[in-house]
Structures are given as C-alpha cells and as structure tokens.
Design a protein around this ligand. Structure first.
Ligand SMILES: Nc1ncnc2c1ncn2[C@@H]1O[C@H](COP(=O)(O)OP(=O)(O)OP(=O)(O)O)[C@@H](O)[C@H]1O
Length: 252
C-alpha cells in the first residue's frame, strides 16, 4: 500500500524490560524530503523513539510502517533492509581503522559492486572531508569530522530515512554548525532525516517539521519554524522566549 510518508510510528507504546512505559501512545510521521526533529526534556523518550524505529527495541503496542508497509515486527537487520539507518548517540567510528574501512562497513549488506562504487562517489561528494581523508586513520580526525564519517557510513545502504541521535553531542560550536549543515545536505540529496537533539533551538532551525516530546508522547508538532516562534514553547523547552517576542529590557 502506497503512503505519503516514508516512516510512520503510530500510537507506539514501548519500554525497557519490566519497567514502566517510556513511550505512551506516541505518533510521529516522516514525509519524503524532510528533516523531522524530536525535541523535549531529558528522559522524554527521544532516543527511545529511534531505538523503536531501528528495531533495537520492540514496541509493546502500536504500528511502524515504512512506505505504508507494516514492519512492526522487524529486528534491526530487517529495519535496515527496509530503509531505516540508525546513527547512534556518541562516537561510533573505529579509530584504528581508516575512514575508507569505516565507511565500507556500512555497505556490508550491499552485494552489487557497481552500487557500492556509486554510493562511495555519492558520500565523497556529499562530505568533502570524507573524500579528503579517505585513507587516513579515523582516530586522527576531529570529533565533527568523525561524525561525518558516521553519516557517510549510514548512507551506504541508500536508506529512506536516517535516524540521527544527538549528532552535535560533544562537539564545539563550529563543528556543531558543520554537522547541522550536513544534515540539510543529506536531506537535499534525497534522504529524509529523523533527528533527535538536545540543542532544541538549533534543531528546529534546521528541521522542516518538529515534534516536542514530553512524558513519552508528542506534546505538540508542526512546522519547525512555527514551534521555534511559539512563545510558550520557547519558555518551556527552548530556554527562553523567541527573539522577536522578547520583552524590551529597561535599557531599550
Ligand atoms: N537501556 C535502558 N534500560 C532501561 N531504561 C532506559 C534505557 N534507556 C533509556 N531508559 C530510560 O528511558 C527513559 C527515556 O530515555 P531516552 O534516552 O529515550 O530519553 P531522551 O529523551 O532521549 O533523554 P536525553 O535527552 O537525556 O537523552 C529514561 O527514563 C531512561 O532512564
């Protein structure tokens, strides 16, 4: 069945072991050609959404669809084959291996050599630093450059949606800026992104659509720009009022 969405998480309930539910009826949809970001307080369940989408954590209830096809019961390998590629929180490059070896790990399920060569050319064009440092040891790259190697690795399977968990974590402001620019480049090159970020304001500036999570549910969702300029949301979740709505200070 065709669908207007690449990924649909519908009324998901999920939790860890016997502990209480973390996601309590969460619905998130990713249309083609978009960056959708999930923001919200610590412990709201943002990373858990990505774990459910990549098959790492089975939902207790609800439905996951990729392009309209029900994939709810898929494990990680089948989710990857269905088109969902997960870039985990923190750093996951193998530092003792070259950039090339790290990127090629992402292609281990791809059998067609011509397709692999096409994808290598694609990621090298998308991430110039990956092309420039192709033979270098990954551990010799900066944190922001390593993150781009992880992005490149995730794109080797031609995913429909990349699930990005806190890509700016631990990066300095300049590297953070580059990483957010690369997220936009990934989208513009045809890969939708479901992005989880602590840096809520910067994530909403980057994304097309936003979802504010609280207590395992979507509290509010809509165009990211609207959320960014909502004074109440800014107070509650973005660390202050939006610039345009800020009250004048006594010195103004
Ligand atoms: N592997 C796990 N085992 C047990 N509980 C977990 C596990 N991972 C996360 N949790 C719990 O699930 C809840 C949601 O965690 P999650 O990491 O999804 O939140 P988050 O919104 O991404 O938070 P943060 O912004 O702090 O990363 C938290 O209460 C957390 O303690």
């Amino acid at each position: 069945m065709a669908s207007e969405y690449l990924l649909e998480l519908d009324d998901i309930e999920a939790g860890y072991g016997r502990a209480a539910l973390v996601l309590r009826g969460l619905t998130v949809k990713v249309p083609p050609g978009t960056v959708v970001c999930l923001v919200g307080p610590n412990g709201a369940g943002k990373s858990t959404v990505l774990k459910v989408a990549s098959g790492m954590l089975k939902p207790r209830a609800g439905t996951i669809r990729v392009c309209g096809e029900d994939v709810t019961s898929h494990g990680p390998q089948k989710m990857l084959a269905a088109g969902l590629s997960h870039v985990l929180q923190g750093h996951s490059v193998f530092k003792e291996m070259s950039v090339e070896e790290n990127v090629m790990l992402g292609a281990y399920t791809v059998k067609d050599k011509a397709e692999i060569a096409d994808r290598v050319a694609f990621v090298k064009e998308l991430f110039p630093v990956v092309a420039e440092r192709w033979k270098a040891l990954a551990g010799a790259l900066s944190g922001g450059q390593q993150k781009q190697v992880e992005f490149a690795r995730s794109l080797m399977v031609s995913p429909r949606v990349v699930l990005l968990d806190e890509p700016s974590m631990g990066l300095d402001p300049k590297a953070t800026e580059t990483v957010f620019q690369q997220v936009v480049r990934m989208r513009d090159a045809g890969t939708a992104v479901l992005l989880v970020e602590q840096n809520a304001r910067r994530a909403l500036e980057t994304a097309d659509l936003g979802c504010v999570l609280d207590l395992g549910r979507v509290h509010i969702s809509g165009p990211a720009n609207d959320l960014l300029h909502d004074p109440q949301l800014a107070e509650l979740y973005l660390g202050g009022r939006p610039k345009a709505a800020a009250a004048p200070t006594p010195s103004d």
